[in-house]
Every structure is written in structure tokens, then in C-alpha cells.
Design a protein around this ligand. Structure first.
Ligand code: ADP
Length: 276
């Protein structure tokens, strides 16, 4: 079988736990040919680890899309996009690419940073990305914003948000409860437009999990490209990221990335799936 091609439209995390580095590592681990169109470069101050975001000029972003589209991705993923112009262009690029699958990770704020949420970007995602999304992978905060419900506090809130996000056009929605929901398990809610399923694993260490969200969405993208249906793709992606989180490691006093290769190199973790 020919190698499937996956494209991420995302920012660069120089520390390489998250961002397009996480995406490319995950694409590689899951036997796809990973490509990238870069939106911005994030660097860290070595004394404080505060982040500095350098945008890529729009015309350079555009040239990357042209290159990647000419190669012909089978699946496209979005990560940190940054501006409404880029969000709109990313949605168009997916359509122009002819790819079969579009995974929208609606990144809103950089974890650990005090960036102010840009409501214009949220509206742009709703307008330009959700209607095209095969799957969207918001965390609790992002799901609350996309659905216009504010803070989600319960599984019932998550269900309501998933329905609203589905009504906005995303075919499948997985809301990552992760560590934010008060559960002793790691809890995600998946909605296919008809039924709800809870996906749970044990909760692993929470100190060295930088890049978990990107890795989860990238794994979903790769599994879709390689032929899994959306439900099986998110279940497999949760197993993949659970190994990565369990084996996360301390990089320095500020950050610890997940181990993107742990699923293939170290261990597989069971995901429990129940209709709810
Ligand atoms: P984001 O980075 O977008 O906030 P999360 O890190 O919350 O995303 O979630 C990514 C995936 O990892 C989800 O499937 C979530 O349930 C899972 N996850 C997050 N933290 C843990 C943990 N400590 N143990 C096990 N799974 C986790």
C-alpha cells in the first residue's frame, strides 16, 4: 500500500514537544509521510521560558501551501494558526488539496502562557474550519468557547457543547476532558452526530505532558489517513497519546514533553469505550 500523506498547518515549537514537531514525529511513528505548512515560530527565553511568537509572512505561508497541495495530502490537520487570515486560508487549502480528511485542533491559547483569547479567531474557526472538519478535537476550554457555553463543568455540559459544535458543521467531535474535568480517569467524550461515547484511560503523571493535545490530533489524522473510521481513529489516538504522556520526561526546570515514540517503543495502554 502506498504511504499516505499527512499535512499539518501549524506553528513550530522549538522545544519540539508540541506544534508541528509533535505532528511530524507522530505522523512518522504512525507510518504516514508527514508534511508541514508553518504559520509561526515559537521560541523560549532560556532564563524564564516565556514564549516569543514570530509569525511567518503570509506570502511565505501561501507558498508552502502551494507546495504541499501540489504533493497531494490524504489528510490535513490544523494546529496553531494565529490570525483570521490564516484560519480562512487553512480551510480553503484543505478544500483545494482534495484531501479526504480534515482534523481541526482548535488551538486558542498557548498552554502555560497568558495570551489573551482572540474572539475573532474563534469566530473565524467556526466560520471557516468547523463546517469542513471531519473531526474537531477541542479541550474543555476550547469546546466551551466554540459552543458559546463558557466554562464546561460536567459531562452533561460536554454533551451539549458537542451537539452545538456538530451543528456548526463538524462531522465528529471529541472533547478532551483530560485533566481538567474532576475525574480519577482521563476522560474524553466523542460524538458522531448520533451517539455519545466516553473514552477513558488511567490518569498518568501530569508534570511532563507538553504536546499531548497536538500529538492526540496528529495521531487521529494519521489513523484516518491509514483507513480507520473516525471512532476507531480517536480511540487509537487516545491509546497513542496515553503512552506518550505516561512516558513524558523532564526537559528542564520549565517543561517536559510527551514521548511521541513511546507507543511503538515502550508500551500500549488500554482505552475503555462506553456509550453514554
Ligand atoms: P490540550 O493540550 O489540547 O489541552 P490535553 O492535553 O488535555 O489536550 O489532552 C490530550 C489527550 O491526552 C486527551 O485524550 C486527554 O484525555 C489525554 N490526557 C491529558 N492528560 C492526561 C493524563 N495526565 N493522563 C492520561 N491522559 C491524559
Amino acid at each position: 500500500m502506498a504511504l499516505k500523506k499527512t499535512l499539518t498547518i501549524a506553528g513550530s515549537d522549538t522545544s519540539a514537544g508540541a506544534g508541528m514537531q509533535a505532528d511530524l514525529k507522530t505522523f512518522q511513528e504512525l507510518d504516514t509521510y508527514g508534511m508541514v505548512a508553518l504559520t509561526s515560530i515559537v521560541t523560549m527565553d532560556k532564563e524564564t521560558w516565556s514564549h516569543d511568537v514570530t509569525p511567518i509572512p503570509f506570502e511565505v505561508f501561501e507558498k508552502q501551501l502551494e507546495t504541499a497541495i501540489s504533493i497531494g495530502p490524504d489528510a490535513v490537520k490544523t494546529g496553531m494558526l494565529g490570525t483570521q487570515e490564516i484560519i480562512k486560508r487553512a480551510g480553503e487549502a484543505f478544500e483545494e488539496s482534495g484531501a479526504d480528511y480534515f482534523v481541526v485542533d482548535p488551538v486558542m491559547v498557548c498552554k502555560g502562557e497568558n495570551e489573551v483569547l482572540n474572539p475573532g479567531n474563534t469566530d473565524a474557526m467556526i466560520e471557516h474550519l468547523l463546517p469542513k472538519a471531519t473531526i474537531t478535537t477541542p479541550n474543555l476550554f476550547e469546546a466551551g468557547q466554540l459552543a458559546g457555553l463558557g466554562t464546561l463543568k460536567s459531562i452533561e455540559d460536554m454533551k451539549r457543547a458537542a451537539e452545538i459544535i456538530h451543528d456548526k458543521g463538524a462531522q465528529h467531535v471529541i472533547i478532551k476532558g483530560g485533566k481538567a474535568l474532576d475525574q480519577d480517569k482521563s476522560y474524553d467524550l466523542y460524538y458522531d452526530g448520533d451517539k455519545f461515547y466516553q473514552l477513558t484511560t488511567d490518569m498518568f503523571q501530569q508534570s511532563y505532558n507538553h504536546g499531548a493535545g497536538c500529538t492526540f490530533a496528529a495521531a487521529t489524522t494519521a489513523y484516518l489517513a491509514n483507513g480507520k473510521n473516525p471512532k476507531d481513529a480517536v480511540i487509537a489516538a487516545k491509546a497513542f497519546v496515553a503512552s506518550a504522556i505516561k512516558n513524558g520526561w523532564k526537559m528542564n526546570d520549565f517543561v517536559g514533553p510527551v514521548d511521541h515514540g513511546a507507543y511503538n517503543r515502550i508500551e500500549h495502554i488500554d482505552v475503555d469505550v462506553q456509550e453514554v
